[in-house]
Write a protein that binds this ligand. Structure first.
Ligand code: SF4
Ligand code: SF4
Length: 441
């Protein structure tokens, strides 16, 4: 006797919520803030144009074809439009739902599918990323030579972008672990650190500094061992089922650790985890857990600022620092003053400002998927930052750091990049700020 296996049909994704679309009054105030509108001056490459296209698709007046998809692929998801919009349009759920609709209903070219499958099945998995980075770390002189000669430019554009964004790596960094840390006295709270995929492999010093600074400020810092990717990449790419899988695992790992706050030092991860409540809004089993988790998430700058005046004395750090706003911190989470306040409180440190807060072109894996516009935005941004004549560029997102380091290399400039928490750590522990190219080594 044969049996028929019944599989639940995949629910059709209908695209963005019409009520959210209707909030746009088409005033155009967002246009000057939008990097893709700045690049191409085309209405459909602006937030207003994209919202218009979304509405047309939802109402069945537009076909989801290559041309339609292109306008959404070119959007960085930087959310500068959200900050600029006086009508409170919530562009983030709109672009996420549109991308989810595209991923479900549109068949991309073979090459595009292949590259995306590789990226989404490699980057969020630390073990796979380690394997990918291993040859670059072992053959470091070769990769440095490649950077100097510009040879990767002869390769297909996405492969070339991947090689030129990869920083010089130290083998031991790929295998480092972050230890937990306890404060000297009674703990003020329990903080669980999300170590992240890229952050831990490429910038383990940032994680180590985060643990030390939080412990110095009275936090009991835990590093749950069974955490994985938070799902940011999948979520921002419209891969909702995948994002939910990562989110469920992250929620469970931090629930087991019984922490008061889940702390991250990566802007993209913070913004994704804070949106878990929205991600599980229609899931009766996970809604409450996701809401609780999202409410506990703090960017490390945010938490340190909330903790108030420092408990540990600060040593002088004699450096001129320009702080770069990561889009997913400034626009997605509204965190601008906390990192500046923390940096400005370091004795001896001069905080310079950058007149421009347009996206650097990193935007998750945008710099790999859309290398040409990303490169133009990166070149523009590094020029703006270096105009402030800094000794150090401080940025709170690993993607921005990679993107800006690659832009600095192209410009032939040696720049020191640090996370703000690394400067705080330096100030607590004392010592000279690192000079030169402080890419992962
Ligand atoms: S998104 Fe906001 S700023 Fe842009 S056109 Fe619509 S209402 Fe105006
Ligand atoms: S998210 Fe950024 S790139 Fe996309 S429409 Fe908004 S401002 Fe433009």
């Amino acid at each position: 006797m044969t049996t028929t296996a019944h599989r639940a049909p995949t629910r059709r994704i209908d695209g963005p919520d019409p009520a959210l679309l209707d909030a746009c009054v088409h005033c155009g105030f967002c246009l000057p803030a939008c990097p893709t509108y700045a690049l191409w001056s085309e209405e459909m490459d602006s937030p207003r144009g994209r919202i218009h296209l979304m509405k047309a698709a939802v109402e069945g007046r537009a076909t989801i074809d290559d041309r339609f998809v292109r306008y959404f692929d070119r959007c960085l998801g930087c959310l500068a439009c959200v900050t600029a919009c006086p009508s409170g349009v919530r562009y983030e759920p709109l672009i996420e739902a549109t991308r989810a609709m595209i991923e479900q209903q549109h068949r991309r070219s073979f090459g595009d599918r292949l590259f995306r499958a590789f990226a989404y099945r490699t980057f969020p998995y630390r073990g796979r990323m380690r394997l990918l980075l291993l040859p670059l770390a072992v053959l470091r002189p070769v990769t440095e030579l490649l950077h100097r000669t510009g040879m990767p430019r002869l390769l297909p554009r996405r492969l070339a972008a991947m090689l030129t964004s990869a920083p010089p790596l130290r083998l031991r960094n790929l295998f480092r672990r972050v230890p937990a840390a306890a404060p000297a006295g009674a703990p003020r709270l329990r903080a669980g650190l999300l170590t992240g995929c890229v952050q831990q492999l490429l910038f383990p010093d940032t994680n180590a500094a985060t643990v030390r600074v939080l412990a110095a400020e009275g936090c009991d810092v835990l590093v749950p061992s069974r955490q994985g990717c938070c799902g940011a990449l999948a979520l921002h790419g419209g891969r909702i089922a995948e994002a939910k899988r990562f989110a469920r695992r992250t929620i469970a790992a931090f629930e087991r650790a019984k922490v008061d706050h889940v702390v991250t030092n990566a802007a993209g991860c913070g913004s994704a985890m804070k949106s878990y409540a929205h991600l599980f809004a229609d899931d009766d089993r996970w809604r409450e857990r996701a809401e609780r988790f999202a409410a506990s998430v703090r960017d490390v700058n945010e938490l340190l600022d909330e903790l108030g005046p420092p408990r540990t004395p600060r040593q002088p750090v004699d450096a001129r620092v320009v702080y770069q706003d990561a889009c997913h911190l400034a626009h997605a989470q509204g965190i601008r003053t906390a990192p500046r306040r923390l940096l400005a409180a370091i004795p001896g440190l001069t905080l310079a400002d950058c007149s421009d807060d347009m996206c650097c072109g990193s935007a998750g894996i945008y710099n790999l998927l859309e290398p040409e516009p990303a490169r133009r935005l990166g070149d523009r941004k590094i020029e703006q930052l270096l105009a402030a004549k800094p000794d150090i560029v401080a940025t709170a997102n690993p993607g921005c750091r990679l993107q800006l380091a690659a832009a600095a290399r192209r410009a032939g400039r040696t720049v020191t990049f640090l996370h703000p928490v690394e400067l705080l750590d330096l100030s607590i522990r004392g010592g000279e700020p690192p000079g030169g190219d402080h890419s992962p080594r």
